[in-house]
Design a protein around this ligand. Structure first.
Ligand code: ZN
Ligand code: FE
Length: 254
């Protein structure tokens, strides 16, 4: 079982430290900001033993070398973009298990945002560290993947237990909600959630982690089959990938 600590850093990233209770092993999920990560470690009195990277972008792997030099920690990252992960010691992909002490994560390949993006799913804790693949009411931009790849990646996340907590790497929720309402204007769960999110942000409270159940009800990028979304897009009979692609294109232009 894990202890999980979350902290904001950079302009809108979330950092995460996870600690295996049985052994005291500690990982940072990505390395957005070494100073913020070190401050979070110091606040708990924890020692960093692992870096788990989701993808190569600088706000996820840019702090790898500084932290590895300081802590001598093991760097684990995606096989599909290993050459772009500074200091990588172990490259992993779909089907691999990453252990942190007595805790274990299944690795899920989620290409789309980047070509080799991976998610770490700790089933026993009901926790998935999803990087920039899925956000609250949003999904990552398609920098290195086609819509069908990202759609397949999102379908894998959607197949996890609905109570799974999704630890996203950015606080993009309010902007995502504004867009989501334009493509699903009649979704009552979405309306209610958007209002709740506005209240949370006004109070300075994170809206992350989210749960898969909440995303299934309100995230348009998981809802390509929803009749209301299809009506709003004027795509009543298109296949799901085409609906997803159109939703993503509209968000890019929003
Ligand atoms: Zn990214
Ligand atoms: Fe990012």
């Amino acid at each position: 079982m894990l202890d999980i600590r979350q902290f904001p850093c950079l302009s809108d990233n979330y950092g995460y430290l996870i600690r295996d209770r049985q052994t005291g092993a500690v990982a940072t999920i990505d390395t957005p900001d070494p100073d913020a990560i070190n401050a979070a470690l110091a606040a708990e009195g924890w020692r960093l033993t692992h870096i788990l990277n989701t993808h190569h972008h600088w706000d996820h792997a840019g702090g790898n070398l500084a932290l590895k030099e300081q802590w001598g920690c093991e760097v684990i990252g995606p096989k599909g973009e290993a050459a772009r992960i500074p200091g990588i010691d172990r490259a992993v992909g779909e089907g691999d298990i990453v252990t942190l002490g007595a805790s274990a994560a299944a690795v899920i390949d989620t290409p789309g945002h980047t070509a080799g993006h991976i998610v770490y799913y700790f089933a026993e804790d009901g926790a998935a560290f999803v990087g920039d693949t899925i956000f609250a009411m949003g999904c990552g931009r398609l920098f290195e993947g086609a819509p069908e790849e990202m759609w397949a990646s999102l379908r894998k996340i959607a197949a996890l237990p609905p109570a799974t907590k999704l630890y996203c790497a950015h606080e993009y929720t309010q902007a995502n909600a504004r867009f989501a309402r334009t493509v699903e204007p009649d979704n009552e769960a979405l309306k209610a959630r958007a209002a709740a999110v506005d209240a949370l942000r006004a109070a300075g409270t994170p809206t992350v982690p989210t749960t898969l159940a909440e995303e299934l009800a309100t995230n348009p990028f998981l809802r390509a089959e929803a009749p209301g979304l299809r009506t709003a897009l004027g795509m009543p009979k298109a296949d799901a990938v085409a609906v997803f692609a159109e939703t993503r294109a509209r968000k890019d232009a929003f």
